[in-house]
Design a protein around this ligand. Sequence first.
Ligand SMILES: [Zn+2]
Length: 374
Amino acid sequence: MRFADLPGLDKLKTKLLQSVNNGKLPHAQLFLGPQGSGKLELAYALTQYLYCSEKQGTDSCGECSSCRKISSHTHPDVHYSYPVTNPGTSTKKPISTDYIEKWRTFNKEKAFFNISDWVSVIAKDENKQPNIYREETRSIISKLSLKPYEGEAKTLIIWMPEYLKNESNVLLKLIEEPPQKTYFILVAEDSDELLTTITSRTQLVKVPRYTQEETVNFLKDKYKLESTKAEQLGYLAEGDFRKANELVESVEDNYGSIFRDWMIACYTNNLIKSYEIADSMTKQGRVQSQLFLTNGLSILRESLLYKTVDGYQIKAEQEQQDFIKNFSKTLNASCIEKSYKQINEVIYHIKRNANGRLALFHLSLNLRYNFVRK
Ligand SMILES: [Zn+2]
């Protein structure tokens, strides 16, 4: 991965580039950031730059033999440690290398993943507890005691060192007095789970959450989403690119038609139906409920524009357009605006853990009230 392949984080990238170029890259760094913040990807880009034989000022070339080996995670001097699960078929605990083929494929297919994504790939039972066992720390010590094969330096990337628990003490001496030209990059999410003995021996690099603007641009670039959709999902993703990917993958086009049924139920005072809809959306989870409502917001916005702007072209699928035209005829502008505001408030509350079922049903009653008073 090149720095350019990773969105945002410009300040951090510049700082890391400078420390490599000045020969001052710290021997042990801790990249700490929330889920979906690109910290592991940043570690990959840095490593690739470090080894690239054709550096291009501010980035690796992406094409030399080192770059190719690092991007496929096959460089003999770059090692990876990550949590693994114990299949329990042998008394010997597994080490990361046992799963290296899966790790390579997984990294090729996915970015911004979290620990449960990884566990679902390596374990039959997704609830299996991942670990970095003592056996892994022994393997690390023996790997790093060898001379580099190709370049001058060796690198060890430890993803989720939180799972080292007390085993990390075994590595302390190694991190404190590393063998010649050895770099440690620890990539973690939760500093509370790390022993202070580890954090005190590493240089902290805080990787921030992405901004909403960065998330929207990411969604537009990667999925070619149109602005409104990218903004909706960018808002819901809260700067977490993993969540942003997940939202795009789970967007259901039929939310529009469920919203239509819900509006009709509110309008016709069909409380049973509106409760059923609130209930089924709640069962789909918090994120899906928010998605359903933001989808509804764009329907209301289109209705308002269609009602107030002469010759307005509705931005929606054909089936939706007919509904929006009819819907906007039955309501006045202030009723649409009021409903818009109320829906927006419920999104805010669901995001902050309000009871979704109750919030949606209460919203049904409010909308019903708006429609009656139109
Ligand atoms: Zn290169």
